[in-house]
Design a protein around this ligand. Sequence first.
Ligand code: HEM
Ligand code: NAG
Length: 327
Amino acid sequence: MAVSRLMGSLLAMLAVLSLLSSPVSATRSLGGNCGLENGFYHHSCPNVESIIFQSMIASFNKDNTVAPGVLRLAYHDCFVRGCDASVLLDGPGLVEKNSTINVGLHGFEAIDAAKEAVEEACPGVVSCSDVLQFAVRDTVILTGGQGWTVPAGRRDGKVSKESEVAANLMTSDKNVPVLLEAFQKKGLSASQMVALAGAHTIGQAACINFDDRLHGKSVDPTLPAHFAADLKKKCPIAGITSTSVNLDLVSPKKFDTQYFKNIINKLGLLTSDQSMLDDSRTSGHVDVNTDASKFNSNFASAMVAMSKIDVLTGNQGEIRRQCRFAN
Ligand code: HEM
Ligand SMILES: *[C@@H]1O[C@H](CO)[C@@H](O)[C@H](O)[C@H]1NC(C)=O
């Protein structure tokens, strides 16, 4: 077990190194990159990506729930004030973390550890928003996904407001028309939204997030009876936050295409997940992403697109010294 885990880590390390060594000029595109660049830290902090990867391996081996935790952080960071690490700030005042939508967020310690390791090697050079984006790519690799080249050069915001969260991050009782509008506002397409929703191939949701399917006027008729019965056993009354259920009931820790297969079998956990099958703008993409090589490449390019939302670059923002506090 220990040996196979070590082998897995070594293989993943090789995967990251091969991403790093891909020729910068071939993938650098002016105009489409929002001021970000592949290989941005090549001179200023050449080992940044391997330092972060080592740190993420250590955090993941201590607690493998950091993978879904950190993956979700990327979405919640980028959809509120852009990918500026505003979700990581602890204050002052009511910050994004204080929103009810964000109460379940976790994985912050893994980002702190990665940032500390980077600060030791290259003080004051690498932003928290870039650390987060590298770390997210790494967690996908560590759970069996493919990884991608992360364009970098983001700078950190100084502002985080609780009041900005609810308008940008939809709750899971919503369906495609509402979700699609929210993604389109961020410049993401239906196909990118479906690929990104594939992140729910790992991690968990607290019962309260699917109360609408179990404890409404009647049980959601699209839930297969055995699945509904099992969920009701775990979540017998409305409003439970202390019990969580795997988002992918078949392979909850593996970054694979099972999320899409579950949806086709009516075994998506959240209303938002299952609704992807019911709208002609998304259902075809659910089918496409059951193919592993298509999902891996669709997810990679959608994550890169998401990582460019409203970024701060150049002289904007700052390079935070600690991810929880503006300098
Ligand atoms: C389509 C709109 C989305 C909705 C409505 C949604 C909603 C949710 C909800 C309600 C949870 C459960 C949280 C909890 O109980 O702690 C969750 C978990 C999660 N979400 Fe999403 N999500 C969406 C899109 C995304 C995207 C785009 C990503 C990343 C690319 C993502 C990544 C995750 C991950 C990895 C988890 C598991 C977290 C954990 O185990 O701690 N989600 N999501
Ligand atoms: C808001 O979140 C911060 C950071 O997690 C926490 O320290 C603070 O106690 C929270 N404030 C309220 C009123 O919940």
